[in-house]
Design a protein around this ligand. Sequence first.
Ligand SMILES: NC(=O)c1ccc[n+]([C@@H]2O[C@H](COP(=O)([O-])OP(=O)(O)OC[C@H]3O[C@@H](n4cnc5c(N)ncnc54)[C@H](O)[C@@H]3O)[C@@H](O)[C@H]2O)c1
Length: 332
Amino acid sequence: MRVLVTGGAGFIGAHLCRRWLEGGAAVTIFDNFSRAGSEENWQRLRAESAPAAALALLRGDVRDAAGVAAAVAGQDAVFHLAAQVAVTTSLAEPRRDFEINAAGTLNVLEAARRAIRPPFVLYSSTNKVYGALRGAARATAVGEDQPLDFHSPYGCSKGAADQYVRDYARIFGVPTAVFRMSCIYGPGQNGSEDQGWVAHFARALRAGEAVTIYGDGEQTRDLLFIEDLVEAMLLAWRRREGCAGAVFNIGGGAANVRSLREVMAALERLVGRRLETRAAAARPGDQRHYCSDIRRFQALTGWQPRVGVAAGLARLDQWFAGQRATAEGRAA
Ligand SMILES: NC(=O)c1ccc[n+]([C@@H]2O[C@H](COP(=O)([O-])OP(=O)(O)OC[C@H]3O[C@@H](n4cnc5c(N)ncnc54)[C@H](O)[C@@H]3O)[C@@H](O)[C@H]2O)c1
């Protein structure tokens, strides 16, 4: 079994690679290490994995079609996670965002289509393809038939890629699947206020730093712990025939919906300290409420999120506490 993970040195990618390596697959990471923390993720993964020969690294950029084609050749499965991941950055640099997310994905698809045996391609899309969802209530789960409404350059570039990935199954017969993912969190996440807010809050609380709350903090998301996402990705591969050409909303579902303020309060209880906050205006296009309707993927594979928010946040906090203890030990 040969697996390529673009963005494999990122948060989700590193967890996914670890699982594939544990299962005995030969894993290749294709990453340009543009995200802070990627180098550390890679070093951790390399140190953990045995035998080392099962893990390979290609330092490359998904904007380089020839480099992508060389990486895709001979793979059984491609998990395409490499991306420009922040809405804020996409507003500052829309063309770069497009070239990485939309054109970079086309490079992956073209490489897969031209391969002697096209690999399974799983694409990591986002709930942002559904736009601001004005008027959505907290408990309303969004299904895959929700009309698309790309909002922000990031929404457009990820959404365009989402549609290309879907169509390459229909028009060229490449076995692809799309995961429209909501809020993924867990150990190893290098969160910032631009992306990965749960980890951003958890790290700031341990570090005694303030965070900015955009809007009133009552926005809600359905949180999905990283291990549950990785399990879903492996299941998609196992059930690839049933998944081909399909789009799935993947998140924590109704049981794991929390507001920013609820997550803050839960973390504060864990650490026994208040998180200092600054107030700022709501960000354009920010969804008020989002909850994934996960029934389509559940029905096909039997998957369901197993790590609830309380347990997931505790594990995230433990990871940050461990990181701080290690850093302080080094400094002493
Ligand atoms: N984390 C979430 O909550 C979430 C939610 C929805 C969708 N997603 C999607 O999942 C994927 C992975 O997200 P993540 O949270 O692990 O992000 P991440 O930033 O930790 O990982 C992305 C990786 O891609 C690499 N990368 C960026 N640009 C690249 C390029 N041009 N060429 C090669 N590599 C490049 C980065 O160095 C990084 O290692 C992304 O496509 C993201 O849009 C994530």
